[in-house]
Design a binder for this molecule. Structure first.
Ligand code: 9MR
Length: 379
């Protein structure tokens, strides 16, 4: 009898250690913030997709990784292609998710015709008219269905001044403000965000905060700033992102973590996610191409995710949503950037769609946080 009891007790202890199948990312983080993922058409337009199935189970928000960018929606002036974006929005609605539109105004993935007219560059009036038409058409079509829009993407440089963009070149520095005004006109109830990478850098943080304060002073509607958060195992320091989240809260907007991933591969470029640079394939930059990440790297990845989320939990009041830039390693953009054809391991699910140890750590973290806040920061 005693032995049977002992077996039952130790079995139940064992089960208590295993992640319960009832637990999901969106469930355990629901008291703190929304958990989202970016998806490609392979996931939301294919009912058989394993990635789509994971998204439905684990995430309560979705962002279209590419399918709502200007080049997809309006490849030629006045010729809109809604088909795939419509399916994305239907997928989100069917699964009761917060749908995020990405993105309206960007220097990249925007067809050239926007910026040209016969004989050369389009003038300011033409550009403003085209920007307004694009934003009204896109935001208007999904009015009341898309929860929030990345209105302007990546307009600042690391120093906190405005970077080159054909929008800025043709319109002037007020192109950002105009985009927010047009988006607010088109759907006054949609949330509006400014979104950028390298938001851990002090210069960029200060530049974006200045813009937010200026918008608030002028009555230009803005709800949140997105920190893309494409990170690496070795950095950037969690404390630098933390400083940005605090600065945004002080300026009166929420922070969103909008494109989270952790590249584990060696990089000659340091911490930036600069979109312009790319490099030729070299084997030394692709050390784990057989699909097996060494145990100690797996542990480092788990620690990195745990440290980031421990900080997010401490600032849950200032953070509205945390979105991963993808679901599983197989389909991450990082396999092709900044070097084509590598094997990276940046997300929570592996190439066979199985949850990785970092997933288990993130599932366990909120209950640890409740009993001893900051626990994830232990070495
Ligand atoms: O993940 C996206 C990738 O599939 C595209 O090829 C790429 C094109 O620029 O855009 C990627 O997404 C970017 C996002 O739209 C904005 N922030 C940086 C992301 C990674 O480059």
């Amino acid at each position: 009898m005693k032995t049977i009891l002992l077996v039952i007790v130790s079995l139940s202890q064992l089960f208590a250690l295993l992640p319960s199948s009832a637990e999901t990312l969106k469930g355990v983080y629901s008291p703190y913030f929304t958990i989202g993922a970016a998806l490609g058409a392979y996931a939301f337009a294919n009912p058989e997709s394993p990635v789509g199935a994971i998204a439905v189970r684990e995430f309560s928000s979705v962002t279209a990784e590419n399918e709502m960018k200007p080049e997809r929606l309006q490849p030629r002036e006045g010729e809109f292609r809604w088909d795939v974006a419509d399916r994305f929005v239907e997928f989100g609605e069917r699964n009761g998710m917060k749908i995020i539109g990405h993105c309206l105004v960007w220097h990249s993935q925007t067809p050239r015709w926007f910026f040209q007219k016969e004989g050369g560059k389009a003038d300011r009036d033409t550009l403003v008219r085209r920007m307004k038409a694009h934003i009204h058409a896109v935001v208007g079509r999904y009015k009341g269905r898309v929860h929030g829009w990345d209105v302007v993407n990546e307009a600042f440089d690391d120093a906190g001044t405005l970077r080159y963009s054909p929008w800025r070149d043709g319109i002037g520095d007020d192109f950002i403000e105009l985009a927010f005004r047009f988006a607010h006109e088109a759907d006054p109830d949609a949330e509006l965000y400014y979104n950028d990478f390298n938001m851990f850098r002090r210069g960029k943080r200060e530049g974006v905060v200045r813009m937010v304060r200026d918008f608030k002073a002028k009555g230009v509607h803005i709800d949140a700033v997105g920190l893309q958060t494409h990170t690496r195992l070795s950095g950037p320091p969690v404390a630098e992102y933390e400083a940005t989240i605090e600065a945004l809260a002080a300026a009166g907007v929420k922070a969103m973590i909008t494109e989270l991933d952790v590249s584990v591969l060696p990089s000659p470029w340091g911490h930036t996610a600069e979109i312009m640079s790319s490099q030729e394939y070299r084997a030394k930059y692709d050390p784990w191409k057989d699909g097996n990440l060494p145990h100690e790297k797996q542990q480092e990845l788990t620690r990195r995710y745990r440290d980031l989320f421990a900080m997010f939990l401490r600032h849950a009041d200032a953070i509205d949503r945390v979105t991963f830039w993808g679901v599983c390693d197989r389909t991450s953009w990082l396999n092709n950037y900044p070097v084509r054809g590598r094997t990276d391991y940046p997300l929570l699910f592996d190439r066979s769609y199985r949850p990785k140890p970092c997933y288990d750590a993130l599932i366990a973290l909120p209950s640890l946080h409740k009993t001893s806040p900051g626990v994830g920061n232990l070495p």
